[in-house]
Ligand binder design. Structure first.
Ligand code: ADP
Ligand code: MG
Length: 726
């Protein structure tokens, strides 16, 4: 063990008692000296250039130092709390305003010396700083050690102040600074003119200038991305070397016939993707491909073409969807798409017969005899395509010859489902794997999360679509207008969705709210229309029936919870009204909106909100809604989402967005990014990826890179163990 891996309570840093160490572990996840040194400051205060209050200009970002002259704390309109701290330095006064943080008053009694940084504003004739201000108390307790220079502000926690953490980091650097190893290969470091890691960490915490800090951060960000990409590169290369797949023989006749039987012409993007996938299916190594395509771009057709190609070579396909509703829809769609091909199923005596394509459905609510039938069909090979939810990867499901696994809307699944589905075969050979996702994944994130996959992109929409118009409804007039719009559209034979407010963590409360909304809408709002209801707590048979009636045009307005969020396809629906839209995440809204605008008709999405979007605590909600009104481009929205939410966890729950869909497991947090920003460091990511692949190709087992190896192990834990085996 390296000295730098000493637990914090044993590191003998002044003031860092076991009790303090416990608080830092609990609140910040910092356990070792290494963790402490990698605890990047969240901001900096430049005390070397602080300004006199009398010289401040409105609109500038500035740092001032002074003493608290007056503190005023008061609730506003009963719901919000405003704390105003007046700071003076002899040349004038400035008011620092904090919203909803009454506790901060405790640390700033009159007379306290403060350094404050933020944007200077004028409110009612007085100087003010509000919004994101940074405040540091410069007391007797050592703030002074670091005055007169750029000081780091570290994220603090209950019982441990930023001031204390700064001093701990300072001592840790003095004591352990010589013990910081270099994970970047020499050549990489030289090519990019990066400072050594120890130097970079020092400059990250205590820079002489902002340029020096940025240089240090860039190096650490690059290193972080490089390590990640080395892991992915090693995995991909090993997989290519060792995995044995199924070479699905090269007859495309059935695929051609399928494409010819469609009621529309496949887009060029669909044809291109289908042929990319075909090539992979024919190759002897297992396919490992991600299909990215905007909502409505027609991924299902591509999936079915792939399944047909696999079936022609005698393989079964497992097609996994994230929700029951979607699995059922896929089941119906696939059956419908295959109807014209009846009689052309590959004849293989004892397994598949010429008259029928064996399409089966398996979800956790299918029980008894139908369940047994689906399981038998999977096991004896008579199911050509088994469609289902994550029930497909549970115990008791086995295939006779699983040749292709398709996972739809992968962003709702975690990584381990991918792996489990692959394990569902008794053969030595691995099935081909196709992962499909609508794009709430920006390219940077895709490379980071799925850097070991090949990628196909459906970058073209079927012709004749009009982008959905999106309207924000904040007032009664707009709401009345949207009800009229729904009536008009229905009068023209169209259909509408009303999406109920999200009730997080409780499907039963959500179901109840949906029932109430349904009563209100069917009786009070649209007494003359045929209103339907669907939510997650309904019996599957009821859900199915509702979906069927909607499909058959027997429902005009469908009141729904987010069960319809993903994948649901009713090309005749042209209006969607989302209630309390401010509660939804951006990728969720984008997915929801993707349910309309799927046919030729012009569609409108109304985002209803009752919240006061001007309130500071609603800032992110307001930005999300503005983004939705501003663009329908999924890539752009995904990027905006990252910007709005900040970086946060990349390997976290179901990855992007606030989804809590079934089968989205919480995952280890160690792989979250500490230094890199997926918004800012796009270029670095590309470079890191290139360097990583080159490095792995020249030293596949990383034999000559022990520090890099242990860095990988720290970041990925057991998940990379296979890398070092054998
Ligand atoms: P997604 O990519 O969101 O899963 P779907 O596969 O559900 O999209 O397709 C959306 C709709 O577009 C479906 O109604 C489908 O039948 C239709 N569609 C797919 N491909 C085409 C095409 N080439 N031309 C016209 N409509 C198409
Ligand atoms: Mg889909």
């Amino acid at each position: 063990m390296n000295a730098i891996d000493t637990p914090l309570d044993k590191a003998q840093i002044t003031g860092l008692t076991p009790a303090v160490a416990a608080k830092m572990a609990r609140g910040l996840g910092l356990e070792t000296v290494r963790d402490l040194l990698e605890h990047a400051p969240r901001a900096y205060l430049d005390l070397s250039k602080s300004k006199q209050i009398g010289e401040l200009k409105i609109g500038e970002e500035a740092t001032v130092t002074g003493a608290v002259a007056k503190v005023d704390a008061r609730p506003i309109r009963g719901r919000r709390h405003m704390l105003t701290v007046r700071v003076g330095d002899g040349t004038g006064y400035i008011d620092i305003v904090f919203w909803n943080q009454p506790y901060r008053a405790r640390n700033m009694p009159v007379g306290t010396k403060l350094a404050v940084a933020g944007r200077v504003e004028r409110r009612m004739g007085k100087l003010q700083m509000g919004g994101s201000v940074f405040v540091e108390t410069l007391g007797a307790d050592g703030g002074g050690v670091h005055t007169g220079r750029i000081i780091p502000l570290h994220r603090a926690t209950e019982g441990v102040s930023a001031n204390q953490i700064r001093r701990f980091v300072h001592s840790a650097l003095q004591k352990f600074g010589g013990d910081i190893e270099e994970p970047l290969p020499e050549g990489v470091r030289e090519r990019h003119k990066f400072p050594p890691r120890g130097q970079a960490l020092r400059a990250l915490h205590f820079p002489d200038s902002y340029q020096q800090k940025e240089k240090a951060r860039r190096r650490l960000a690059f290193e972080e991305l490089f390590v990640l990409q080395v892991g992915l590169a090693a995995r991909k290369r090993r997989f290519e070397r060792e995995a044995v797949g199924i070479a699905h023989a090269g007859d495309d006749a059935i695929v051609k016939e399928f494409l010819a039987s469609l009621p529309f012409t496949a887009t060029a993007a669909q044809l291109r993707t289908i042929s990319e996938i075909s090539e992979d299916l024919e190759a002897a190594r297992p396919m490992h491909r991600l299909l990215q395509g905007e909502v409505g771009s027609g991924k299902t057709v591509v999936a079915v073409a792939a399944a047909l190609k696999a079936a022609a070579a005698g393989s079964q396909t497992a097609f996994m969807a994230p929700t029951e509703v979607l699995a059922e829809q896929h089941f119906l769609t696939v059956q419908r798409l295959l109807e014209p091909l009846a009689g052309h199923a590959p004849v293989d005596p004892g397994r598949l017969f010429g008259e029928r394509w064996g399409v089966e459905l398996l979800t956790s609510s299918i029980t008894g005899a139908p369940r047994k039938q689906a399981l038998d069909a999977a096991a004896n090979g008579s199911a050509t395509i088994l469609i289902g939810t994550h029930a497909l990867i549970q115990e008791g499901v086995s295939f006779q010859r699983l040749g292709l696994a398709i996972i739809d809307e992968q962003h709702r699944f975690g990584v381990h489902q991918r792996v489990a589905l692959r394990a569902k075969t008794t053969d030595e050979a691995q099935p081909d794997l196709l992962i499909m996702t609508a794009t709430p994944i920006p390219r940077t994130l895709a490379l980071t999360l799925y850097g070991d996959l090949d990628v196909s992109v459906l970058d073209e929409m079927p012709p004749g679509r009009t982008p959905v118009r999106t309207v924000l409804a904040k007032d009664t007039a707009t709401r009345i207008w949207s009800a009229e719009l729904i009536k008009d559209e229905v009068a023209q034979g169209r259909q509408a969705f009303v999406v109920c407010p999200l009730v997080e963590e409780s499907e039963s409360l959500e179901a109840k709210a949906a029932e109430t909304e349904y009563q209100r809408i069917s009786h009070d709002v649209f007494p003359n229309l045929r209103v339907g209801l669907i939510h997650g707590r309904m019996k599957p048979a009821v859900k199915e029936d509702t979906m069927r009636r909607m499909r058959a045009g027997e429902i005009d307005v469908l009141v729904a919870t987010t069960v319809i969020e993903v994948g649901v396809d009713f090309p005749n629906a042209t209006v969607m009204l989302v209630e309390d839209a401010d509660r939804f995440g951006l990728s969720q809204l984008h997915q929801l909106r993707g349910r309309i605008g799927r046919g030729a008709g012009a569609s409108t999405c109304v985002l209803v909100t009752n919240a006061d979007l001007e309130a500071p605590e609603r800032e992110t909600a307001r930005k999300r809604l503005e983004a939705m009104v501003g663009t329908t481009d999924g890539f752009r929205l995904a990027e905006l989402d990252l910007e709005i939410r900040g970086e946060g966890q990349i390997f976290g729950r179901g990855s992007v967005g606030e989804e809590t869909g079934e089968g989205a497991p919480a995952q280890a947090g160690h792989t979250d990014l500490r230094f890199a920003s997926l918004v800012r460091d796009v270029e670095a990511l590309g470079q890191a990826r290139k360097e990583a692949f080159a490095f792995v190709d020249q030293d596949p087992k990383l034999r000559a890179a022990s520090t890099l190896r242990s860095e990988l192990r720290r970041r990925f834990g057991d998940r990379l163990d296979w890398l070092f085996v054998g």
